[in-house]
Design a protein around this ligand. Sequence first.
Ligand SMILES: [Zn+2]
Length: 373
Amino acid sequence: MKSNCNLRYIATILCLVLIQACTSKEEVSVEDSIDPKVVLVTLDGLRWQELFSGADPSLINHTEYVSDTAKLKALFWRDNPQSRRQVLMPFMWKTIGLEGQLYGNRVFGNHVNLTNNQWFSYPGYSEILCGFADDNRINSNDKINNENTTVLEYVHNQAGFQGKVAAFASWDVFPYIINEMRSGIPVNAGYEDVVDPYTEEEKLINQLQHQTPKLWESVRLDGFTHQLAMSHLVNHRSKLLYIAYGETDDFAHEGKYDEYLKAARRTDDLLSQLWKTLQSDPFYKDQTTLLITTDHGRGVQPIDQWRHHGKSNIPRSDEVWIAAIGPKIASKGEINTIQQLYSNQIAATIAKILGFDYPEERAGKDLLMFLQP
Ligand SMILES: [Zn+2]
């Protein structure tokens, strides 16, 4: 009995030594064993002007667009653009500005543009997601299923990615842009409930989004979209998740510059919470790249043009931006060199980060030579 115990003791020690050896081996090869994930986020129609310079001096004092200029200035006015942008979007500047990269500050000649010839939402999102413009077929915001394949669908069709791709959007046209029916990718958009809610939070949001005022018929408030996306992220282990926020564009169209700025500030908080959640979950931590962009810009002059966008009547509303942060993204902050990038490069970039060469010939080239030099 005693020798039996000794043998067991020795066997246990041997096992522990082996486990320890295996664990240290794993620790050494963590860098090689990274299992990449991507979260793509779009902020509808947020101008590069506000992202890179904060509140616009010609608009923050404008009583036509701001109900209480003193209050808004207390919130968002600072004497220089660097302080203004930090107070408007602190996550963008204190986290991505230090650890990631931001493209599109035209003050430095750093340009990001759309390649589509429409400069409104469906064509903008389709260009981002498919990697190319299709002006002949995609020229309205109507609820028409996209005949083109998005990078979401391409990735979803790869081995190991079924059920690992999902989209959450405030605007109810996204199920058509992503072609939910053909692609099989779950797209929760507009005021759509979560089918088979998984958590108490999802059940609650299914109720709340119908119990609160609807500001817009086709766009729900971003907080609902965000909470559903976060719940999915935590409970369903996504490898590619797309979140499309919408409030910035709708408040701008209404001519409410104060609400537009406040929406930008809230969205920045949502991004911050998203990044904190990713970085505190071992499944995502140090393995997830966050890409953020917008579907179009807005006008500049004459002054009322900031509200709208569109190729036909709003010049310069094809001016956009891209931000990125992640395990292999170099910490270069704001890019201040002369350069021209396009929204059609994002799809190939997503595919490349996940380990695929995007086969769509019309797509722009991936951005990894800039993001991961
Ligand atoms: Zn719009």
